[in-house]
Design a protein around this ligand. Sequence first.
Ligand SMILES: [Mg+2]
Length: 114
Amino acid sequence: MADGTTTLAELKEAMRRFVAERQWEPFHSPKNLAMALAAEAGELLEHFLWVEGPASYRLADAAEQREAIADELADVAGQLLNLCNVLGIDLSDAMTAKRAKNARKYPPRIEPQG
Ligand SMILES: [Mg+2]
């Protein structure tokens, strides 16, 4: 399941199925999932804590560290998709709408291409 060949719908369905197979739905209130999302973001941040900005670019160069960071990114994304599933929010629509708001709030410094 690589980014170039996997749809967001497939990932959301994979997360829904993973949760259902373990009967975790009773624990997945929006409040709990929002907290889990923040907790996973904190676990991701731990890898970068106290690392200087330039060095942070090289943090994922070593295979073991790269896998640990990828694991946390996957946890963040998984909780995000779980929360979207429970709230019935279409993430693609939400991102498109928010990007339009941000484009109005932060006009481009250069003319958009294409
Ligand atoms: Mg984690």
